[in-house]
Design a protein around this ligand. Sequence first.
Ligand SMILES: Nc1ncnc2c1ncn2[C@@H]1O[C@H](COP(=O)(O)OP(=O)(O)OP(=O)(O)O)[C@@H](O)[C@H]1O
Ligand SMILES: [Mg+2]
Length: 704
Amino acid sequence: VPVALATPALVALGAAALAAGAVALDRRRRARSLAAVVAERDRAATELSRRLGELYSLQELTHVLSSSLRLEHVVGEVARYAMRFLDGAGAAVLLAPEEGAPLRVAAAEGTLAAHRNVTVELDRGGLALEAITRERVELRAAPDPAGVQLFGGVCARSAAAAPLKAHGVTTGAVVVADRATGAFGMEDARLLSTVATHTAVALANARLFDLVRRGKEQWEATFDAISEGMALVDDADAIRRANSAFAGLVGSDVASVVGRHLPQALFGERRALADLLEAARAGGHAPALVRRSDTLRRVLRLAAAPVTRAVDEASVVVVVEDITEQQALEAQLIQSEKMAAVGTLVSGVAHELNNPLTSIAGLSEFLLEQPRDAAPEREHLRVINEQAERAGRIVRDLLTFARKGPVEFQPVDLADIVQRTVQLMSYDLRQQGAAVDVSLAPGLPWVHGDRYQLQQVVLNLLTNAMHAVSTLPGDLPRRVRVAVTRDGPRVSLEVADTGPGLTADVQAQMFSPFFTTKPPGEGTGLGLFVSYGIATAHGGTLTARSQPGDGATLVLSLPAVPSGAPESPTHAAAATSAARGPRRILVVDDDPIVHRVVAALFGRDGHRVDAAVNGADALGLAERERYDLIIADRHAAAGGEPLAAALARLRPELHEQLIISTSDVRRDTDEQTATGGPRTLRKPFDLKELQAAAAAIWGSGASL
Ligand SMILES: Nc1ncnc2c1ncn2[C@@H]1O[C@H](COP(=O)(O)OP(=O)(O)OP(=O)(O)O)[C@@H](O)[C@H]1O
Ligand SMILES: [Mg+2]
């Protein structure tokens, strides 16, 4: 299309040709009338100025089209210019998204403006579709106003339509309707064709741009959707691009992350990651790296890979995964598995020790109560009894500690937990030369919680305090003060030590997972992290304070159980001998030694003690005889159900006469009575406990 190449040079060429025509005219001047000459010149001048106008307008359109890549803008401008160039009353641009699909009126001006955005089915494509299918400009005129079908039932008296074709593909049509002065002519066809060619190229560009932009957006969205942090870094380790996960990880936004030094941003130092990045640049695949970032207080897994084609000058892509929680969970799992294994071993041994200890403690106590033994050996006996009781306490503590089960929230006595834990650690504390001072306020309310988790917290705090004082030079005092106090509606535990105290830096980080100042292998850095979690789960707080050089104080504060709930256990006063008259007692235990101890204890007062080695025998005896007291091992069963249940079925009142002896610590004596189950005695029980329990039963007046 010639006009498509129009430039100012061509305009000059046109002017020159016109001048040449004027010379030829001059030669035949005499043969023609002056009027004709004037008319011809006028016509030529008009034509020239029209062409010039067209050229300028086309130039303007070209400029407008090249200044925008937005599709809507491009088609809008085209419709306006086409209407103006061809002097039409209206114009429209129709686009065909793909072959066979309906046309869409992408832009419409003048009398056609109302049809903007209308969808046109192909069978009603009219002149627009004709231009598209024939791939040429179509002109049409009719005498009546509705003579020419433009598209979608829209009519006009005259119309011109040109296909939009670029790179061999026809993508739509431009239509101009109702020329102001008569029908559209060949000149109009030429002009419209030029406009259409320009438009098609601009549209193709806009489409391509749109495609690229959408592709870019899609990739960016994908990049951002990945939960791992990703960053592209250049040869100087500066970040060229990063996704939102990465920005979130370093606590910033994507825009401000760009340009930062990657190792600096992640680890606060420039030399970090050097090996990883170097290996990636060398094209190798270095194994992923797991490192703790002190700056971010997170544990990160990092992998790097070379970028084969330069992307924003970046040479390496780094993937950063935050594995802090995952690692903490794994470590916790390992720890709890370890604890479970130790627990199984410990509880097995402790169970086995229970009966021998019960007999040593019980029988030595029994002997001590015999008035005839006034010999000097009596003192040895007292030591045996004391030590057996001490061994019994250790066994109980071990069982308490070893137990690992589901978390059970119930009212518990924090003071008791503290006392037991201090006892458990007393050997270690002595080894470290640490003096422990325990102060428990009287009448403390209980707290709602899981005894074993709380014990873990106390253990962690004590261990840390012990470790802190053990680092002191020999001449400095090594003291740990443990205090449980009431603090309004809360109960507070304070563990204070005379160790080196906490620096501001340590204080800021001590509760985060894996933070430890201990040498590798000595501390996991989980103690306080786990304790903090437990405190929070109990609706409590765990805080630290420290005066430089004056040791550290860790405070656990828990909400107290509202008054009305049980207070600290008041151990039943040991009754001396509540028995009036001989009683009948049944002992159910597969270990004859238990029978022997109980028989020795009660036989002294003239009571009669029978023995059954299993639940079935016991049930048989209970059917025939009347007992004032039945002491049964927790595991004794009859007919597939626990002995307690079988006895209750036999005679409901027996429930009142029953004491369950157990090595389990799952349910305490106190909890048991609180829940209305039978009384429980924990093995190894001592004489006083047994007597007190019996007195409580007989004192209640029930007797068969
Ligand atoms: N009483 C204390 N005095 C001084 N520093 C303490 C004290 N308690 C804790 N810290 C500091 O807090 C860090 C974290 O304690 P945390 O109990 O979480 O881990 P850890 O004791 O190092 O290891 P572990 O997992 O074996 O308990 C310790 O390494 C230590 O630096
Ligand atoms: Mg610790």
